[in-house]
Design a protein. Structure first.
Length: 108
């Protein structure tokens, strides 16, 4: 008989409490997921800009070292002469990046 009384005093989560917890978790997920998508898009944009800047710098160095016009420089040339690693070249080709050229005296 003592065992029955002890089990009645034992507390546990009720169904309503569990539903409230699940509701709160669902709300948090609904708030977080759209922000993750925006962050990924922004990160991809920043990554592309960084790759383009790196490519432009390496192309300018290559053109200066080899005494060629920067307009003739491409990713494959930079990779072959070790101005870019294979991994860097693959990323740049995957994003269809080519060195940007600017007229004399112009800036980005």
């Amino acid at each position: 008989m003592i065992k029955k009384n002890q089990s009645k005093n034992k507390s546990a989560f009720t169904l309503v409490e569990m539903e409230i917890v699940l509701f709160i978790i669902s709300l948090l997920i609904l708030l977080i997921v759209p922000n993750l998508s925006k962050q990924r898009t922004h990160a991809d944009k920043v990554n592309t800009e960084a790759l383009q800047t790196e490519l432009n710098s390496q192309a300018q160095l290559y053109a200066d070292d080899k005494n060629v016009a920067i307009e003739t420089v491409n990713v494959k040339m930079l990779e072959n002469d070790k101005y870019l690693t294979e991994k860097q070249a693959e990323k740049m080709q995957a994003k269809h990046l080519e060195p940007e050229t600017y007229g004399k005296g112009e800036s980005k």
